[in-house]
Structure formats: structure tokens, C-alpha cells
Design a protein around this ligand. Sequence first.
Ligand code: BLA
Length: 508
Amino acid sequence: NLKQNALDLNSCAREPIRTPGAIQPYGLILVLDPSTLTVKECAVARADVIETLGDPLGQSIDTLLGGALASCRPALESLATGATQFLGAHPVGGHGGHHTLAHRLADDLIVELEAPVPGEPGSLEDLYPAIRAFMGEIERVPGTRELCELAAVQIRQLTGFDRTLVYQFDKEWNGAVVAEDGNGVLPSYLDLRFPESDIPAQARELYRQNRVRLIADSDYHPVPLVRTADTAAAPPTDLSPAMLRSVSPVHLQYMRNMGTGASMSVSLLREGELWGLISCHNEAPKRVPYHVRTACEFIGQILSLQISLKERAAVVEERIARRAIQVRLLGRMAGDQDFMAALGRDQQNLLALTQSAGAAIVHRGQCILHGDCPRQEQVMQLVQWLTVQQHEGDLICTDRLPLEWDAADAFADVASGVLAISISQIHDSFVLWFRPEVVRTVRWGGDPRKEDTGLPLSPRTSFEGWKETVRRQSLPWNEVDRDAAMELRTAIVDIVLRKAEEMAALNE
Ligand code: BLA
């Protein structure tokens, strides 16, 4: 029962996507013995190819497909393990020049021939103007969001998909749609979130290695690999580098449920890790020609590099902005006897310092609230709880307080996240900042009702699933938030100490 399997999310991570034993039907795959260059396994979609050119199984590279690949022998012989090489176009019977790729694995040499797409560009050079235009424009945009929007537009122009999305992973591998371009045929998914299991771990690992994949028709009939008798007992062949690799039936069902006939995705990496995907959809089936995919891969790489740069610059800028806020807060405190009152007079900056929705200052049994906070007595209980926790240093933070302390369930909506600095252990003085449950901070982009298919495998169900996985969690606190809080603590402690010294001097 597919529905039940689909709901068992562990089963997603076990889908054997590298070894599906079949290909998509847009060409043919030959698995050669690397030492003899004879075919030990193959999948050929068109029966007439075998009728006219003979069965490739058991044949040598020199004779198979009517000798079409004989000239590739030197290239194939010298291909290093792990490498992929483009071998140009080669005729397959009367079906035109097929783009040919060779992939050398430890024990296999995979040769795949992809059928041409009518009217496709003759070379990557034809697409160079589009790539150059993209490179020119990215220099002018300020941030990551704008970069992603530009890439969505560019990839859609290049490919003609109905909708292109830029999908970004968070640190737990849930995803969010951060940019989108479309022609209105498919619904908008902008700002939607998806749980980790929608793109399971083994798929993410494969996409980290292999940067582009195309599912040209979510209704396709897989073409099974056939083997020679003496390879029958060998383990299933690893098709992970192959463009024609047949994809997981679970994912095909997902695509059909969301009304997409074709999908392509391009990996975005940052420092060797998968940062996100450019994900493209079409309502009708759609092939994307080889050179166009290469251009998309290239744009993906440029985008990846730019994202790294922009994110690094953004952290620096954010630190500077927080420092400015801190200076303003300190200015208030300097001229004031009572640091609590002083901080409270600048609520906006107090909250902005850690990007929070609420803050509480607890000092000598008093508790003052700013913005969206739990009730006073709840904050006091929280402080009690914090003081008995084992924690290192003077900063405590969590983005899932209710999961760590049951009593916080009562105010999870406003304070799923808390960042607290302890000012003085003797007097139980704290400054606490609160963040709401993350679901409250998410905008729903499209109209959910339009998409509600009631089926278990669909973006709508996924979005609901995502909400469950992040219940009682806030947006995470990052290093900039924590450092800003600690710097404020140092300043407060300095002020408190200085006051104490002044008092002591007066008393002498
Ligand atoms: C693969 N899942 C994928 C891929 C995407 C998504 C983009 C890459 C393949 C492609 O380009 O189409 C997910 N696509 C999305 C999401 C959106 C989207 C979230 O457009 C949102 C807008 N997927 C599930 C569940 C399972 C699952 C419940 O939702 C498992 C039971 C599995 N997804 C799954 C698997 C793959 C996959 C196994 C790998 C497919 C392959 O490459 O063989």
C-alpha cells in the first residue's frame, strides 16, 4: 500500500535511489566491463533500436550500435575512476545524434546516450549570452534573497519551465521556498516550508555529488536494465552519476499529486554542503536539452559562490548593525542610576538587539516586561527554573523551551525560544529575550485550499507535516544574537560594578 509506505517517513530514507535497476526512457544506457569494454548490462527504451542495430548485450565497444561508439575507445580506456566525460553526439539508428556521457566507477563503465530534443541549441556557446547577462546582474544585487530571485528568473528564461523555485535548507534540513518565478500555470509556493523527509538524506547526499537532475515525465514507464548471464548475481549497478537514472516511485507519486508533469533540480552548495536547490516544475512533461542543463548547472555554481560571499558579508553587516544598537542602549544606561529603567526606555532597541519579539528584565525581585512575553509570574518561574539548570557561563539559550521544560508549554506561542543572560547570581538578575513559536512567523504564500488534494504525498500535506515537526520551536538563535546579548551583559556588569565602587568610595 503506497499511501501507508509513504507515511512511514523512515521508508523514504531507505529508497534505493542509486540502484533503481532501471532508467528513464529518453535514451539508452550501456554498462561496460572497464577492462574488456564489452557490454555486461544495458537498458534500451526503443525496441526498434535493438531490431535494427542488434542487442548490445555482450558486444564490444567497436561493434555495438553499428559501431557508432568505436571512436570513443581511447577516451573510455583512459577515463579515471570517479570521472565523467562528455563524448559528443553519436547516432543511434535513425533517431539522431545522442549526447553521450561516460562515467567510470570502480567496477563499471557506464555509457549513457540521451536522445536529442527537437530544436535544441547546438552548443553551450549558444547559451553564453544568457550566462553572461546573469553574471553581470548578480553583481548589482544587494543580498541573498535578490540573488535567488534573479536565478529563478534566469533559469526559467533559459528552460521555459512553468515555475522555478529556490529552496533553502535550514540546519535540520527542513526547507523553505525563498524565491520564485512563474507564469501562473502552477500555484505559488513562495515562503512555504517543507519537512526534512521530503528530500530524504540519501537524496541530499546524491544531489551534493551530482548537481543536476531531470524528471522529464512523472508518468514515464521505467526501462529495466538487462544483464548477461554471468553478471546476474552481481549487486545492482550504481547509476548515481547517470542522467537517465530512474527516480524513486515515491517521489514520482509526490510529483503527480502536486500536479507536475516534469521537474528539474539544480544543487546549490556552500562550502561543500548542500545549501539548497533550484527546483523547476512544469505542468506538462518536458525535456530540457543537454546544453541547457549544463548552462543551468553553471548558473547554479555561480549562484552558490555568490551566496557564500553574500552570506559572509551579511554576518559582518549584521554584527555592525547590532553594535550600533548596543551603543544606543549603552548611551541610555550611562546617564541613569537604574539600568533596568534605562533599558526599558528603549524597548525597540532592546528587542532589536537580539531580533526578539519580547524581553523581560528581572532584578532584585522586580520583573518588567517589554513586547510579547509570558505573564510576569511565568517569567519569574522561568527564572527559577533557569537558576537551577546546569549551564556553563552566563548565557542560556534554547529555541525549544517547551520541549525542555514542560511548564513552558503554557506560553509556547510567545516564548518557544528564550535567550537569557544572568547579570548577577547573588540577586537573581536576568535579562531574557523571547521568540514566538516559529509557525506564527511563517507566511503562507499560495492559497492552501487550491492545493488540498487530501493525498498523503503532496506539498500541502508536507507543509502541515512541517508545522508538526517545528511545533514548540522558535527560529534559532545564531552567533550574532548570542554575542550581542553577551556584550550587553558585559556592559551592564561594568556599570553595576562601577556603581558599587562609587558607592564604596563615597562611604569611605
Ligand atoms: C526527491 N523531493 C525530491 C526532490 C525534490 C523534492 C525537489 C528532487 C527531485 C526533483 O528535482 O524533483 C521535494 N519538490 C520537493 C518539495 C517541493 C518540490 C518539498 O517542489 C516543494 C515545493 N518525498 C516525500 C516523502 C518521501 C519522499 C514523504 O515527500 C518518502 C516517502 C521521497 N523525494 C523522495 C525521494 C527523492 C525525493 C526518495 C529522491 C528521488 C530521486 O532522485 O530518485
